[in-house]
Design a protein around this ligand. Structure first.
Ligand code: BG6
Length: 514
């Protein structure tokens, strides 16, 4: 091979070039819920608008409230008007899409409901001649196991001449034991390759671009390791609060809501080895290796290896907002964390000794998710600075949202002929908006389409989800006995508790100012 040649991966050639799935029926369990209205149906409508859905595609919404097909359709129309990415609604496109939406009223634990569903599927499929089925669990998680079992008992988990798949929303369990239990139940009626566990972060274009940036470019990978990188910071800041989800959030906290899934997914993409192919299992094998190499934080170290916070009242964008404990369905003395900072190490050859700092919180000053690769200082400080400080190190920041892009910070000579040479950090900046000028699809569009295509690359595998819980579990265990921190300990609209700054400063580092 000459140096100019690139190895063309035969498995990759032509992959995903054909992006129209086979005709299928999507059954949404929990069709009256928030997710269906805000995300799923708007994403499906947007897909249909761009011609990505096959002819013979239908949706069956299943939920407990009595409703006619036409009532359900008009509810969904309202949801699409409000939440779809493309505006305004195109009436003829909507009518064509809505003609294949149906409603099935049933209690999730009633076998009769599944007989009704089977009949409905049969009727739809007799018209399309296709027997491909995709189930979507968009109910509260306590119903997941029940629905899977009922589908099994009703003989709906496989069809003779088509595929059957199931998408499972997060949260996938609330600790390692419950996640493993849910996996066992699902696997008692479906096989692993039928199960699509969603983490919507993986559907974001900017998250997928982490892999493209690292593995489709030759110049970054050689310096992507402990020899050149001092540390990595992953920030997932939200300015919103818990948005009326007090009941759920009280039991979750940021560690279950964000860290166990979204943050650890970002970590594994940023830290993984190049996969041999871009096949689903090759990619997921590498991701899971990262999670397995993360050094555990045992319960006895949980207090000092993490900083927990909870927001009190404060001001965000000029608006006074309530504290967490004042939110609906939150206990007056709640010990749930809405902010978390932690440091972890990945014990492998690439990352030995490189700290990864992760922080995430609600009611922070702004919404921003980024991965910052903080490079080491040059070995020799050749240029004296006027105040004796060190030159700022190079930083490669990958902004996942909202101002999507990638930038590289480096030091540059300030123009001038003065005796003192002055150096200032400047940036090479790539922004999706300016470079491509098109809006990225919503994460759910991508993930729904992939699941219909049978491409599980962007879904979490059983071992992956359990490895993530295996890291989180001892931390939450370690938090249960000692007194929780005295909450609230940060004001809404600030960057979290002061302890989080002290935490990273102890290592001689500081959080990026975003
Ligand atoms: C969800 C969490 O999974 O992700 C929410 O439950 C959080 O609490 C949301 O706000 C963030 O997603 P995004 O795509 O808005 O960054």
């Amino acid at each position: 091979m000459t140096i100019e040649e690139t190895v063309e991966n035969p498995l990759r050639v032509g992959m995903r070039s054909q992006r129209t799935p086979e005709p299928n029926t999507l059954v949404i369990f929990g069709a009256s819920g928030d997710l269906t209205q805000r995300k799923l149906v708007p994403a499906l409508y947007d897909l249909s608008l761009e011609g990505s859905l096959p002819g013979g595609f239908s949706v069956v919404g299943m939920a407990r409230r009595p409703k006619t097909h036409s009532e359900f359709r008009s509810e969904m129309k309202g949801a699409v008007v409000q939440h779809s990415r493309t505006k305004p609604l195109q009436p003829s496109a909507w009518d064509a899409f809505a003609a294949n939406i149906y409603y099935c009223q049933a209690e999730f634990n009633d076998p009769g409901g599944y007989v009704q569903l089977a009949n409905m599927l049969q009727k739809i499929e007799s018209e399309t001649g296709c027997h491909n089925r995709l189930y979507y669990l968009a109910t509260p998680p306590r119903y997941y196991s029940e629905i899977a079992k009922q589908l099994g008992e009703a003989g709906l988990t496989a069809s003779d001449d088509g595929w059957t798949r199931i998408i499972v929303e997060k949260p996938f369990g609330r600790d390692l034991a419950s996640a493993a239990e849910l996996n066992r139940t699902l696997l008692s009626v479906f096989s692993e390759d039928q199960i699509y566990r969603i983490d919507h972060y993986l559907g974001k274009d900017t998250v997928q671009n982490i892999l493209v940036f690292r593995f489709a470019n030759g110049i970054f990978e050689p310096i992507w390791d402990r020899r050149y990188i001092d540390h990595v910071q992953i920030t997932m800041a939200e300015s919103i609060g818990i948005e009326g989800r007090g009941g759920y959030y009280e039991r979750a906290g940021v560690i279950r809501d964000i860290i166990q899934n979204h943050a650890l997914q970002l970590l594994s993409l940023a830290a993984m080895e190049p996969p041999a192919t871009f096949e689903p299992d090759a990619v997921r094998d590498e991701k899971v290796k990262v999670l397995r190499a993360v050094r555990p934080i045992p319960p006895e170290d949980a207090q000092e290896s993490t900083v927990r916070g909870q927001y009190g009242p404060g001001v965000i964008s000029g608006q006074q907002v309530a504290g967490y404990r004042e939110e609906d369905k939150v206990a007056a003395g709640s010990a749930t964390e809405t902010y978390l900072a932690l440091r972890l190490f990945i014990d492998n050859w690439r990352w030995a000794g490189v700290p990864f700092y992760i922080r995430s919180g609600k009611r922070l000053p702004k919404r921003v998710t980024e991965i910052a690769i903080m490079f080491r200082q040059p070995p020799l400080a050749l240029f004296p600075t006027t105040d004796g400080s060190r030159i700022e190190p190079n930083v490669l920041s990958i902004t996942i949202q909202p101002d999507e892009g990638i930038s590289l910070k480096f030091g540059s000579k300030v123009p001038g002929t003065g005796a003192a040479l002055s150096i200032r950090p400047v940036e090479m900046d790539f922004r999706y908006g300016t470079s491509f000028g098109v809006a990225a699809p919503d994460a759910y569009e991508r993930l729904l389409l992939d699941s219909m295509l049978g491409d599980a690359t962007l879904f979490t595998r059983r071992d992956e989800v359990e490895a993530a819980w295996a890291f989180v579990n001892p931390i939450t265990e370690g938090w249960t006995n000692p007194e929780p921190p005295s909450f609230p300990n940060y004001e809404a609209g600030t960057w979290g508790p002061d302890e989080a700054d002290e935490f990273i400063q102890r290592d001689g580092r500081k959080w990026r100012r975003l």
